[in-house]
Design a protein. Structure first.
Length: 326
């Protein structure tokens, strides 16, 4: 899913990223020949405390450290990753942005919004050098990335942030999950016939599905769903990064408005935290990896809450292949 597609499908997190336009430690930093590196206090998964001694001079080179090493799979380029992160300016004890600062939605059930990215592709939330620091690390690891804004953010540094290229930034990144899924992956199995009143889905291999709206049928006013292909993988849990192929059409005229197949194939988003439209959160949590799911989503669970959206008044129909979870 490219940037414009993500903006359409997801009710994107209001992450206060002022910077970008598009284990336990001691109470002192670590001195090196090049200067001081910040200490990170706190456990993986919890909001960290970045500790910098007063008047300490920051290391003059970018530093990438594994604060604590996880025991999960090793992340590699092309993987989908789910991350927590925070960033602070050197010797200013307040986050400039991050996931821990985000408020969970009422239906989130204890999980909070996180970043879901694909290594090797442009990030929505993190500078390329910070995201790429995850490459080769294990799930469950906590990383520190320290360097100047000019080096880490580069030409994408937002001039309205008040930061200068010479300012030192300290990022802490937790690798919460990862999934290795091929861009052309799709659900496999015998597809069930549509239930009465539901659209028909024809899904050719390696291409967007064709979804036919039943003639003369009024759009339902409640969420409708049907598992067309039953997968055998694990159940999708709220808070995970769900990797999927999808095609969406409007009930009113049957016209396709989006498909992952039109944007390079498999894409990922966090599920169950309000990061996508409510209809996806409500229907896809609890499904299985390998499922193909047909969804009919009324405006109230789609884009009805956003009057400026071109889809605000439409009932949306999706065919979604669940390919993995991060």
């Amino acid at each position: 899913m490219n940037y414009n597609t993500k903006r359409r499908i997801a009710a994107l997190l209001a992450v206060p990223v002022l910077l970008i336009t598009a284990a336990c430690g001691s109470d002192s930093g670590k001195d090196t020949a090049e200067g001081t590196v910040a200490e990170v206090k706190g456990k993986f998964g919890a909001q960290p405390d970045v500790v910098v001694p007063k008047d300490a001079k920051a290391a003059d080179k970018t530093v990438i450290e594994t604060v604590t090493e996880g025991s999960g799979a090793t992340v590699k380029k092309g993987d989908f990753v789910r991350l927590d992160w925070t960033v602070e300016k050197w010797q200013e004890d307040k986050p400039l942005g991050g996931t821990w600062a985000q408020q969970q939605t009422p239906d989130a059930k204890g999980v909070h919004p996180q970043a879901v990215e694909r290594l090797g592709q442009p990030s929505q939330q993190l500078p390329e050098k910070v995201l790429n620091a995850v490459d080769g690390k294990k799930v469950g690891s906590r990383l520190l990335v320290q360097g100047t804004a000019g080096d880490l953010v580069g030409e994408n540094l937002n001039p309205q942030s008040g930061l200068k290229a010479t300012d030192t930034l300290v990022w802490v990144v937790d690798v919460a999950g990862a999934a290795a899924v091929d861009s052309k992956a799709e659900a496999k199995g015998t597809q069930a016939a549509p239930e009465a009143g539901m659209p028909e889905v024809k899904a050719p291999s390696q291409a967007a599905a064709t979804i036919t709206i039943p003639k003369g049928q009024k759009a339902p006013t409640e969420l409708k769903q049907q598992v067309l292909i039953k997968g055998t993988g694990p159940k999708v849990e709220a808070g995970q990064g769900l990797v999927a192929q999808y095609t969406g059409v409007k009930w009113e005229d049957g016209k396709k408005f989006d498909s992952s197949w039109d944007h390079g194939g498999a894409t990922a988003f966090q599920i169950g935290t309000g990061s996508v439209i409510q209809g996806w959160d409500k229907a896809l949590v609890g499904k299985n990896v390998g499922d193909r799911v047909l969804l009919v989503i009324p405006p109230a669970l789609g884009y009805g809450a956003n009057p400026s959206s071109e889809l605000a008044k439409n009932t949306l129909v999706f065919s979604v292949d669940i390919l993995g979870v991060a």
